[in-house]
Design a protein around this ligand. Sequence first.
Ligand code: TEU
Ligand code: CA
Length: 533
Amino acid sequence: MDSNFLWWRDGVIYQIYPRSFADSNGDGIGDLPGIQSKLDYLVELGVDALWLSPVYPSPDVDFGYDVADYTDIDPKYGTLADFDSLVEAAHQRGLRIVMDLVLNHSSDQHPWFIQSRSSRDNPYRDWYIWRDPAPGKRPPNGWQSVFGGKAWEWDEATGQYYYHMFCREQPDLNWRNPRVRQAILDVFRFWMERGVDGFRLDVFNVYFKDDQLRENPRRLGRRPFDSQVHLYDCDRPEMIPLLQEIRALLDSYPERYAVGETFLSTTSKAAGYARPGLLHAAFDFSFLACKWDPAAFLKTIQAIDSQYSQDGWPTYVLGNHDVDRIATRYAHGEDDERLKVLAALLLTQRGTPFIYQGDEIGMRNVHVPRAEMKDPVGLRYWPMPVGRDGERSPMQWSGGAHAGFTIGTPWMRLHANAPIRHVESQRNRPDSLFHVYRRLLRLRKELPALRGGMFLPLNYEPRSLLAYLRKDEGQTVLVALNFSRRRNRLVLGGGLARSGWRLAYSSKRAEYTAPRDSSLLLEPYEALILVQQ
Ligand code: TEU
Ligand code: CA
């Protein structure tokens, strides 16, 4: 591989939801030794880095996104020694480790908060956001929580409200307090000293709220939280010097990385945070919102592309632990043809692709009946279909009991397709989605233009076919994606038709012969990648 390969820019990052990845001890919950036992699988797949959703001690009100200790491992996932062993085993295989840091809020069981709420003059009081009630004991302002209800929780014992953007068990830290800032920067140091390569910063752009608690303007929305324009509880400018400080700390270690989870993300917002001196990258979720329509994807790619100058670097996300599975959004039944097109789309962009565990085998959302729901969002808003359990079901490894995820009782139900849809069966089938991902990941390694090359669309208002070049100084790659279940013709402009192409990848054919006229005939749902010779 070329020596300019920078893991987070040129590589592909795979998200692990540890609770549902692999269980080593039969308690029904995935764990760190389980992840370690699957590293060779991840090498075989061909990803470069693993982002682990939170594995810190947590009462699991929000399944790890409520942290009770930032510098330890929850016993259900293992020990710090298991973690060190995982990092070492990953590094031996050339895999990087990205930790999820949830620093906007902690758990209400974090010792800092237990102290903070114990009395008004406790030294930790100011580590969280406490305010006197408005007249009539009303909340200090009208801000709403994302997960339902007011963002202010009344504390009878000390006669004040505390602020929580998410669940009431997730009080927001007061980032204006220099001692909080120091304590958290030490958390970064702690994990970097243990060899962690990067961090995913949960909702980093809400760390700061308006110091005067001004009211958000109103707008029309489905839930109370959506009925406000988040001017004053999100994206406050005070955050910028903090991001710079975090970046300087990361830069004091070699090749460290931070990707921010942009809350209420827009393309321009995310691009604004992914700049030199700030974050290396910030999630852009606009791919997630695209319908099965090549024009929508093209528009999104062009919007992203135009926002990043030479030194910014985009991210591309099609799935994660907060949204319905890719397969559930785009595929019909158990058919994977569309998913193969999307794999090619995701892995041929100029930006870092993120893959969510199980999407490489086309896992579908599990339907979770109300009585088995675990996600606080799903429970709170039931029967609105906004719960997130469906995309968090156990990874399907084999045709054995509980899909090989556990020898015990899994913490949540598996999908009914588990006996047929699993890693083992897809490994054995050369035309499976797993092999599509594997081949494309390999190709992205082989062809520098697929990583860093310019994105040049070939058809501008595509109805059923998306085609583009990825081009750098040394190489031109042509990507043609047929979104249709019918054959489809791509007409190539003169120069392109005449140049010699070699088949780099196709989901439908083993050989490529240059067409006699200047058009390419694509098979139904074909993804075709050609390289100029
Ligand atoms: O998510 C931010 C977030 O609020 C949304 O993605 C959310 O899941 C969605 O709006 C639900 O309606 C991050 C984490 O990814 C998520 O899992 C956590 O629950 C949340 O922060 C709080 O830490
Ligand atoms: Ca376990």
